[in-house]
Design a protein around this ligand. Structure first.
Ligand SMILES: [Zn+2]
Length: 127
């Protein structure tokens, strides 16, 4: 299953999208960011919310398809165009709502502050 990616913004300003888990080294300044410092529970809860919205959208198409198949099989094949109407309703009515949900989700993206693991290297050895 596709995981939600993390966007890391380095102290030097470089920003990159990474998967949760491995240590990411900034190619610009060499800072190492340990993504395992991100609270896995919060991160997974967010991933679940995204998947739920995606699943809802997919189930909308499935419901349309199943309803159309049932109508065509049980009532009359002449009712097949109803399926096209249903898909149209789904496309024009549901999809905009779905896009708003996705947009809202991304607007409420959680943020975590993690410390780069090479911070010790920056300490002046003379002090
Ligand atoms: Zn950097």
């Amino acid at each position: 299953m596709k995981q939600v990616q993390l966007a890391i913004t380095c102290r030097c300003g470089r920003s990159e999208r990474v998967q949760l888990g491995p240590v990411w080294s900034c190619p610009q300044c060499g800072s190492e960011w340990d993504t395992s410092q991100v609270p896995a529970e919060e991160y997974q809860a967010y991933g679940r919310a995204v998947r739920r919205v995606q699943l809802l959208s997919l189930s909308g198409v499935l419901v349309c398809a199943v309803l159309t198949a049932l109508l065509a099989l049980l009532v009359s094949p002449a009712l097949l165009p109803v399926g096209i109407v249903l898909l149209g309703v789904w496309y024009f009515w549901y999809l905009p709502t779905h896009r708003k949900q996705i947009k809202r989700l991304y607007e409420t993206l959680p943020r975590w502050e993690i410390a780069p693991s090479d911070s010790n290297h920056n300490v002046d050895p003379a002090s």
